[in-house]
Design a protein around this ligand. Structure first.
Ligand code: AMP
Length: 458
């Protein structure tokens, strides 16, 4: 059991370093120094070469510094971690207590812990990472050191609570990150249990890319008049990502992929629908001499970590992944995301392409679709509220166009002009060259439970 002392001295973070400035509420604040952050953390941000807050940071930090509950709706890669990490650090540095961050997967939890460590580097911040697939010893060792912040996946956190090796009585700032993914993975009972056990007198921040009814319910039950912060509508894709759809014959998938890989120079992340598919594609790429690694939930934590490290360090150029394993991961400088298969639901498209074009960098996303997958593409375009450039290597399935027409639904990017263009010899033959544009219509970003992998990730 952790025994967290309440004296400011043994708490460890130096409170003198955390003297708050008056919070400037100006909507025009453009620098971290305008948001009410302490000098010590400003100095760390400077060291990290971060001067300008991202929109979610700009909106969240001043509110969170006041101890308010909040719900942040933000797409991936928007700087969410520092948006809650900075106020969390300020708060536990001055009021003692403990921060708790819950994240859906081991990788996401590790990533959050790493980012928080960077932020607290000169303040003596102690953290504990409680994730599945890892021996308890190390976790118990970190817990005994009275960590200021605990980052955990829900299953392992519940394990510790049951074993009484950790309790929540000191938690005064609680963050639920990637809440929609957590629910998709079936963690609603664990989240409810954790929120029930946490002290009532706490600040709760919840972040999610989408806002399904189940999350609104959690917020209504466990949060105190949360302020809602939305930096972009759910489903908005990273504006810096150049998106394109290749309409292909399904049997030609691999050939198209190889051509694309040869055309681009940088790191490539390839999404495949199943774990089996990931494995097969990785082996095929490796047998051709490509430096490819796989990541999915059937791999042990150490192998997943090794795969990510190899990809991040650029030792391996291609990472082949399933949705669950790759969501939310902060891997910088991915030049290209390829959706080898369409995702199971439109929301995952947003998460997938959010892996490139992170934090202001440009990026490219190419999605393979067959002629029969018009409806899925239309759903994606409705969700992101924009049409995606397409290159037709095969013509659309007329039956589908006809049935869409009969149903009085907007045909996929709809005009016959596009079809006739693509049927011209030589039309749309160059990789990365779009054939046409059409107008997507804003639709509902209603949450759908996906057929994700259900292997234990925590
Ligand atoms: P996150 O959405 O928290 O996973 O952050 C995505 C990436 O953005 C991470 O690599 C952060 O280091 C980076 N980042 C966070 N805040 C900023 C900022 N204000 N300016 C530039 N990059 C940032």
């Amino acid at each position: 059991m952790t025994n967290i002392t309440k004296t400011s001295h043994s708490h460890g973070l130096n409170p003198d370093l955390l003297v708050k400035k008056e919070t400037t509420k100006s909507e025009k604040a453009e620098k971290f120094s305008d948001l009410g952050i302490s000098d010590s953390i400003l100095a760390i941000l400077k060291k990290l070469n971060l001067e300008t807050p991202t929109p979610i940071q700009h909106k969240t930090i001043p509110i969170a510094l006041q101890g308010q509950d909040l719900i942040g709706v933000a797409q991936t890669g928007t700087g969410k971690t520092f948006a809650f990490g900075i106020p969390m650090l300020e708060r536990i540095g001055t009021t003692k207590g403990q921060g708790l961050v819950i994240a859906p997967t081991r990788e996401l939890a590790s990533q959050v812990e790493e980012s928080l460590k960077k932020l607290g580097q000169t303040l003596g911040l102690r953290t504990a990472l409680l994730i599945g697939g890892e021996a308890l010893d190390r976790q118990l060792f970190c817990l005994r050191k009275k960590p200021h912040i605990v980052v955990a996946t829900p299953g392992r956190l519940i394990d510790h609570l049951k074993r009484r090796t950790f309790k929540l009585d000191q938690v005064n700032v609680l963050v639920i990150d990637e809440a929609d993914m957590m629910l998709d993975m079936g963690f609603a009972p664990q989240i409810n249990e954790i929120l029930k056990q946490a002290p009532k007198d706490r600040q709760t921040m919840l972040f999610s890319a989408t806002m399904p009814a189940a999350i609104v319910k959690i917020a209504a039950t466990f949060m105190k008049l949360p302020v809602s912060i939305e930096v972009a509508p759910p489903g908005t894709t990273a504006s810096q990502v150049d998106q394109e759809i290749f309409i292909i014959n399904g049997e030609e998938r691999f050939n198209h992929l190889v051509k694309i890989i040869n055309q681009y120079k940088g790191s490539v992340l390839v999404f495949v629908r199943t774990k089996h598919g990931v494995k097969g594609l990785t082996l095929k790429l490796q047998s051709m001499g490509h430096k490819a690694v796989e990541i999915h939930s059937n791999l042990s934590l150490s192998r997943r970590k090794a795969a990510l490290d190899g990809f991040k360090s650029k030792r391996d150029r291609i990472l082949v992944a399933t949705d669950v394993a790759a969501r939310g991961l902060d891997i910088n400088a991915i030049e290209l995301v390829v959706n080898y298969n369409l995702p199971d639901n439109s929301e995952d498209y947003v998460h997938r392409i959010g892996r490139t074009g992170r934090a202001g960098q440009g990026g490219k996303a190419i999605t393979f679709a067959t002629a029969n997958e018009q409806k899925e593409i239309r759903d994606i375009e409705r969700l992101i509220n924009k049409s995606i450039k397409r290159t037709e290597f095969v013509k659309f399935n007329k039956e589908h166009v006809q049935s869409a027409h009969n149903n009085k639904r907007k045909p996929f990017l709809g005009s016959s002009r596009h079809s006739s263009e693509s049927s011209r010899p030589g039309a749309a033959r160059r990789y990365g060259q779009s054939a046409s544009r059409g107008a997507g219509k804003r639709g509902q970003s209603a949450h759908r439970f996906s057929r994700r992998e259900h292997s234990p990730l925590n």
